[in-house]
Design a protein around this ligand. Sequence first.
Ligand code: 57R
Ligand code: CO
Length: 422
Amino acid sequence: MTAATDKKADEVPPVSADPEEEVDDVEEDGAPEGQGAGGEGKKKKKKKKPKKKKLEQTEPPTVGLSKLFPDGKYPEGELQDYKDDNAYRTTSEEKRYNERMAMEDPEVTYNNIRRAAEVHRQVRRYARKYIKPGMRMIDIAETIENGTRALVEENGLECGIGFPTGLSLNHVAAHYSPNPGDTLVLGEKDVLKVDFGVHVKGRIVDSAFTLSFDPTYDPLLEAVKAATETGIREAGIDVRLGELAGYIQETMESYEVEVNGKVLPVKPIENLSGHSINPYQIHGGKSVLLVKNDDQTKMEEGEYFAIETFGSTGRGKVIEQGECSHYARIVDAPHVPLRLTSAKSLLNSINKNFGTLPFCRRYLERAGESKYLLALNHLVAQGILQDYPPLCDVRGSMTAQFEHTILLRPTRKEVVSRGEDY
Ligand code: 57R
Ligand code: CO
């Protein structure tokens, strides 16, 4: 609530934009309206005060969120209590105290994460309405990216796009984004995974959903949505990653989908995973696989995870296939001297524009780079950049994905990217 609104009775009303408006309704002699000298009888029409229209988001989304949240406080995500021997945390004074302590520091990440999450919700709300078969993948990607840039009020590496907009289709499960010149058009029968990220001070909100325009694969989407919800519900402080994978697998495999009269089991994709997230680092090193395994690693208090599951009607295994669009600097990559000058200047541009945040070729061109491919591949070959080619199950199979980002706060689990849509 900005100063303007919480006006105390005794305060002189602030001079609004057009002083005219103020004066009108106060007669010189203070007499009630219309009764004054010379105005006998003629009832002067009381000009209605134009109602302050509440600033709303536009379509396509263009209004920076600082305009919609003038007090800078962003909405909390969905709160889920911890279970079993961590349930005490919800009411534990000590936990609430040090959380409050943490909360005092304005810089604290929570509000930054929630601002990024609100941008994600408002951009995807428009994307889910706007995306239709017949559209070019590049137009879909740029509409999402322009929305993110406007709403997060992009400002260099302070806040902006978290990673390349994933628009993987059908048997392609992840890491496809259109490259410059891509003329691919979304088809009626396509199953589209929309996976995009927003960051504020390096705190990346990573959330994804699947769209289809034909009901055939609805059971596949239901299976994956339920498996992701199981992952979110079962995640928690001290939970072992291998066990969590087992719960996700159980839910996923309890579904099947009938395609052209053939009943196909829904398989979790065994070599894809959710992941911990660190500041400016999309994969923080801990992977939440989708098939039971003996990874005894525990989730810890304060950690930040992307819980995502992938289901497939194919082999349930992906391979790297097709032209690469996704790249990221390898965090603490060994320093290697670069002889190729074009590679040196490309690396400078990458450090300036992306740092360790993932990027794609379109973002390089947007940053003014051209004829960069040789240098790009050289930086990959030198182990300075990691390339992330599209991850594909067998042609003809269908894959789906749902993803939310969760925060393991001392007292409760916060599903920061939760929305009314998924
Ligand atoms: O979330 C270069 C990106 N991520 C964008 C997102 O799971 C990611 O491979 C990474 O741009 C780089 C995976 N797991 C193995 C480690 C077992 C994939 C699938 C989902 C995705 C896209 C992901 C993955 N790995 N890192 C985040
Ligand atoms: Co992710």
